[in-house]
Structures are given as structure tokens and as C-alpha cells.
Design a protein around this ligand. Structure first.
Ligand code: AHR
Length: 661
């Protein structure tokens, strides 16, 4: 494999297929009647983390950055272009952040003093601009307290990059006291980098807070909801589960800034904004304006899981801050609040309406339980401190909720001292589902397709919870979502599927990244304020997820699984619902290869289908300009007799589907 890729690079990109002689033939056999094991419905899922502006500035469709003036610098994201000195040595107007300490969750608001009619404005820059679409409707809401009725009108305008007005509305602030206002308007132009400009009629003082702008057209038309195009990409994958809210964001750089789910539910206004830990994590990508509004909080995550048909998988802090940062530890005797968070979360998700947390869920709009089955204890912790804490959590959760399946972690690497220690300890504890993470080279993925072949079938089940091939190296800003990474993941995924007896859950990570505001690459889905596309890796994930089947079949070459011999990888499943046999083949060679598959057992219909995902060059990628450059193409496949013959193009992922008669 390595040699083939090297040869191709040396040859300078020319595909000298003939150099390798005629396409070689590989004969495979599959017994389509014998189920090896059931495939878990959760097999292929999603890992969501608020990294790369994935939540605020991404999935959560709010367009105003720092709507409640709660960033560390309360006016971050807001400009005041006309605040200049006049001849009277006064500002035409000025905005000043005011803090009301008694309001613990939303202490700041913005006091605006308008001195004259010289056009004082405050402007919100959005999340690297605001994406607005011609003829689309936008909902603006804000809270205002108009001192002595001084301000006659608040004028709200969307402006394009040349400051031209492309949408306008106004609000008459009628009350001295805090009051909520809302209005809707239509954009007259499509613009990727719009801003929201607010001007005033009248002079005097007005207080403003919770200035919010959402598109009317959100996922499921939910008011102030999620970005439709992004959720659609997730929905289309038919994911088995949704893990949230991360990732390292769960842990926090310190315990104080860990993710606390209770602070992410209830009234939006009272969800206290806080720093996003990724804002200063990497020198190569500082994003000091990255905060979490928690508008996308745990209720919304559960709702999203339900919407996209995914089992919810929340992960909680186990009292250990990120070990790459402070590694701060909650002493064992002070773990109670952390454990209580886990128990209360289960009640929030599943409890009856007459329980305190079940009531909150119901009050928020979901009387029925969310049917939570899994909970994760810690994200990517390692060492004895983790095991010690895991034991306490396990005891408390299982005592109260014996049927909840606990996900434990094996640290950040799929091998080495920390991994070996965690696996040995968790095995002793009969852990149910262990999360493994691998951010490795494409070559590693190709070479590790047999990773799980020898895992103990009676031991803990595996959640391959975070993985992605890194074209350069882990957490390197030059990593690309290129085709070599994607097909190498596909090769590895045949190994995940072949080992469905052990591997019950898998997810690529991270999920999403904003074109102008990311910190980590590669990522499965890329978006800007107007558009989104799935990377080649997305299409690999989607092919597996939408063709996962229900029963694992054994497919072999001379009695052995194909795990990279001749640069070939294969797995096979049956779907008892759609009555299909589905075979996944990955050719990681520079040359095409002929395959014959002997399909033994049931009678199959002559007309099947073949889905091909391929691209000629290792470095090929999808982009905003060519979002579907690497995407599946489906064709009819005609089966003659019991043997399927197929030519696998170079660098290809193929899904063959046959109907059982
Ligand atoms: O996916 C990005 C990060 O990688 C996750 O937050 C963390 O769990 C892992 O180290």
C-alpha cells in the first residue's frame, strides 16, 4: 500500500496503471445466510462539540454575537462607528456596559446615551459577518428600558459589506421599564458578511439587552432554532446516536469552566454566557471572540437527537479538568455535585413530569421522556485518578438507574501506557462501553483495520468515539480533509463493521467547522454563514451509516478477512428490514482491481445497485466551490448467477447492494 502511494507521488501524479501489469483478481466468498452478530442501531453516529464555532456561529442560528453583552469585554462584537467628538466636545452618542451584580446569570446590559441627531449607531458584526438571503425573513427581538420615553424609535437595519441597507425594521420603545420587543423583516439581497446596524430617533438614554436576530427559516421552523442546512446534513446521515457536548469542552481548562448542563437549560436569558475553552487553546488559531451562549443547551441537544433519529449520548465531567491544561481534580470526597449532575440529568431526560427535573423538561416543551439510555463519565481522562472517580460514578448511577449504560474513557490515544492502564482497569471493572480516540495518520488507519479482530468478545464493548485521519499530524492546522484521509478511514471502518460484535458505536470527530473561525482541522462538515458542505470524509461516514444493515456477514478471501492484503478491505452485512445484502469494498491502491464475490446462500435478485465514491488524486477535496467533487454515484448493478464481478477503480469506496428474493 505504502509503496503504491509512494510510487504515485514519485511518478508525479501520473496514473501508470499499466506499470503494475493487468488489474489483479481477488476472489471473495460470503455466506449470505449466516449471521455472525447483530449490528447495533447505534453503530455509526455523530460526535458534536462546540469547537470551530460549531454551536454559536454555526448550528445555533443566532446571528448576533454577544447578544447579552456578557463576553469578557462586554462590547466585543459591537462597533460604534459614529462616536466622535463634536464641536461641543460631546459624543453624538455612546454605549456603556452596565453591570447589575444581583443578576447572576445575565448581569450586563448596554446603556446607550444619544446626545444629538448626528446618526449615532451601534453595529453588531455577527459571527465573522451574518449570512442573509434575499427574500428571507428575519426575526429581531430585544429588551429595552427607555428612560423617560426619550427615544422615539429604534431603527434596525441589515447592511451589506458596502454599508448599503439590505433590510430594515423599527421598534417603538414604549416603556421606561424593561420590556421585550420583537419584529420581523425581509432581506432584499443575499450577503455573506452582513452586519446589524441600530440607530435611534430622539435624544436621551435607553438600555438594551438580549438583542437577537434569527432567520425565520430554521430546522423544523422552530422559533429561534437551529440552522436548517446544517441539521439536514446530519439528518441525511441517519446517525445512530448523537454524542454531546464534546470533547474537551466537557472537561474545561479548569473545573470552574467545565460544561455544566444545568446552566444550559431553562430560559435562554438565564443561561449564563461563558468563555469557550477553544478560544485561546491554540496559538495558531486564537479566537478571543468565541463564547458559549448555551442557546444550544442540553434540552436542544436532546431535541436534536430526537429530530434526527439518533440516540442521545451526553458526556459529563467526572471532576477532572482537561489534563492537557490544568488537570485540576475534584477531591473524591467532593465529587457529590458532579455525581448529582449525572443523576439529575437522567431525571431531566427520562423522569416523570412530577419530578423536579422531569418537570423542567416538560415545562420547556417536552412532556414525554427523551428515552436516555447512555451516559458518558468523563471525556478523555487518563490515569488512576480517572479510574478512582469512574468507580464512584458507576456505583451511584447503577444503584439508582441500573439500566443506564455507562460510557467510560480510555484517554486520548489508542495505545501506550495510559491506554493499556485504562483498558486493563476498566476490564477488571466490567465496564460496559469504552470510548477510544484516534487521531492518526491515514497510513495508521489502513494498517489498523484488524485492530478489533482479537478483542475479547466477552469483554467491554467499544465506542470508537473520536477518530479522524490527520493528513499532517494531530491538531495540526495544515491537516486537510483530503481523499487519502477519507478512503483510509473507510478502509478502517470495514474493520469496525466486521467487529460489530465488539464495536457498538463509532463517530468521526470533530463534526463541524466554520470556514473563517475554526481552531481544529480536519472536520467532517465545513460551513460559512450562507453555505455548508460535507467533506469526502462526510460521504464515507454517510455511506456506512446509511448502509449499516442489521446483521453482520462473514466475507473472506480463502477463509480470512481482507484487512489490507493487496490494498483491499471488505465487510458485508444483511438488512433484514430492507431485505438486502450490502457489501462494502475499499481499494486503497493506485490501480484498479477486479473482484469476484461468491454469494452463497439465499437467492438474490438480478438487479442490484452499486454506489461508487472515488477520486483520482490523494489530495482531492470537496470545497465551497466544488462541494460534491467527491460524492457517491449510484448505478444499477446486474448480477449474473451467484457470483458478483466488479472492477474497483483506484482509490475507491464501493457499496454493492443486492435484494434478497
Ligand atoms: O475533537 C477535538 C478534541 O480532540 C476533543 O475535544 C477531544 O476529546 C480530543 O482531544
Amino acid at each position: 500500500m505504502k509503496n503504491n502511494i509512494l510510487s504515485k507521488i514519485i511518478i508525479g501524479g501520473l496514473l501508470f496503471t499499466s506499470f503494475y501489469g493487468n488489474a489483479q483478481k481477488t476472489n471473495l466468498e460470503v455466506d449470505v445466510t449466516e449471521t455472525i452478530t447483530k449490528i447495533q442501531p447505534t453503530m455509526f453516529g455523530l460526535f458534536f462539540e462546540d469547537i470551530n464555532f460549531a454551536a454559536d456561529g454555526g448550528l445555533y442560528a443566532e446571528m448576533i454575537k454577544n447578544r447579552s453583552f456578557e463576553f469578557e469585554k462586554p462590547l466585543m462584537g459591537w462597533e460604534q462607528p459614529n462616536t466622535k467628538r463634536s464641536s461641543l466636545n460631546m459624543n453624538s452618542g455612546v454605549a456603556t456596559p452596565i453591570k447589575v451584580a444581583e443578576n447572576e446569570t445575565n448581569p450586563n446590559f448596554c446603556r446607550v446615551l444619544i446626545n444629538d441627531d448626528k446618526g449615532y449607531a451601534i453595529i453588531n458584526e455577527g459571527f465573522r459577518g451574518m449570512g442573509v438571503k434575499k427574500d428571507a425573513k428575519y426575526n429581531l427581538s430585544l429588551k429595552a428600558a427607555n428612560h423617560n420615553g426619550a427615544i422615539k424609535k429604534i431603527i434596525i437595519q441589515l447592511i451589506d459589506k458596502d454599508k448599503k441597507v439590505i433590510g430594515e425594521t423599527s421598534i417603538v420603545p414604549v416603556s421606561n421599564e424593561w420590556k421585550s420587543y420583537s419584529t420581523q423583516f425581509t432581506a432584499t439581497q443575499t450577503e455573506a458578511k452582513a452586519k446589524l446596524k441600530i440607530t435611534f430617533e430622539g435624544t436621551g438614554t435607553i438600555d438594551l439587552d438580549m438583542i437577537s436576530l434569527f432567520p425565520e427559516d430554521t430546522w423544523k421552523s422552530r422559533k429561534n432554532g437551529l440552522r436548517k442546512d446544517l441539521v439536514q446534513l446530519l439528518y441525511d446521515m441517519k446517525p445512530g446516536f448523537l454524542r454531546f457536548p464534546g470533547g474537551c469542552i466537557v472537561e474545561g481548562r479548569t473545573l470552574a469552566d467545565r460544561y455544566q448542563w444545568k446552566k444550559s437549560v431553562g430560559d435562554i436569558e438565564n443561561r449564563r454566557t461563558m468563555m469557550n475553552r477553544w478560544n485561546v487553546e491554540f496559538n495558531h488559531k486564537q479566537t478571543p471572540d468565541y463564547f458559549q451562549s448555551f442557546g444550544l443547551g442540553f434540552y436542544e441537544y436532546f431535541q436534536l437527537s430526537e429530530d434526527i433519529g439518533a440516540t442521545p449520548l451526553p458526556i459529563l465531567s467526572c471532576g477532572m479538568a482537561c489534563q492537557y491544561n490544568t488537570g485540576e481534580l475534584a477531591p473524591i470526597e467532593e465529587l457529590d455535585p458532579y455525581i448529582q449532575d449525572a443523576l439529575d440529568l437522567i431525571q431531566f431526560a427520562n423522569g416523570a413530569e412530577d419530578t423536579p427535573w422531569g418537570k423542567l423538561r416538560s415545562d420547556m416543551g417536552h412532556p414525554k421522556p427523551f428515552n436516555l439510555k447512555y451516559i458518558g463519565v468523563g471525556n478523555e481522562q487518563w490515569g488512576p485518578d480517572y479510574i478512582e472517580r469512574y468507580k464512584v460514578f458507576e456505583k451511584a448511577i447503577k444503584t439508582k438507574y441500573p439500566n443506564i449504560i455507562i460510557v467510560s474513557g480510555s484517554g486520548p490515544s489508542p495505545d501506550g501506557e495510559h491506554f493499556d492502564f485504562a483498558m486493563a482497569e476498566l476490564k477488571k471493572l466490567n465496564a460496559e462501553l469504552i470510548d477510544e480516540h484516534y487521531y492518526k495518520s491515514p497510513q495508521w488507519f489502513r494498517e489498523n483495520a484488524s485492530r478489533y479482530d482479537n478483542y475479547d468478545r466477552k469483554g467491554p464493548k467499544i465506542f470508537a468515539g473520536e477518530y479522524a485521519a490527520q493528513s499532517v499530524s494531530g491538531a495540526n492546522p495544515n491537516n486537510r480533509n483530503n481523499w487519502e484521509c477519507a478512503f483510509s478511514e473507510a478502509a478502517f471502518m470495514t474493520g469496525l463493521e466486521r467487529n460489530a460484535e465488539v464495536v457498538n458505536m463509532t463517530s468521526y470527530a470533530p463534526l463541524m467547522a466554520h470556514e473563517d473561525a475554526w481552531q481544529w482541522t480536519p472536520d467532517m462538515i465545513w460551513f460559512n454563514n450562507l453555505e455548508a458542505y460535507g467533506s469526502a470524509n462526510y460521504y464515507v461516514q454517510k455511506l456506512f451509516s446509511t448502509n449499516k444493515g442489521t446483521d453482520l456477514l462473514n466475507i473472506t478471501k480463502e477463509g480470512k478477512p481482507l484487512t489490507g492484503q493487496n490494498d483491499l478491505y471488505v465487510s458485508a452485512v444483511k438488512d433484514i428490514n430492507t431485505k438486502e445484502i450490502i457489501i462494502k469494498l475499499v481499494n486503497t491502491a493506485v490501480k484498479s482491481q477486479d473482484i469476484t464475490i461468491d454469494l452463497k446462500g439465499s437467492k438474490l435478485a438480478a438487479k442490484g445497485s452499486v454506489i461508487t465514491l472515488t477520486s483520482p488524486n490523494l489530495q482531492d477535496e470537496n470545497t465551497f466551490a466544488e462541494p460534491k467533487k467527491i460524492s457517491p454515484k449510484e448505478n444499477v448493478y446486474n448480477l449474473k448467477g451467484e457470483k458478483a464481478e466488479i472492477n474497483l477503480p483506484s482509490y475507491s469506496v464501493i457499496v454493492l447492494k443486492f435484494k434478497i428474493k
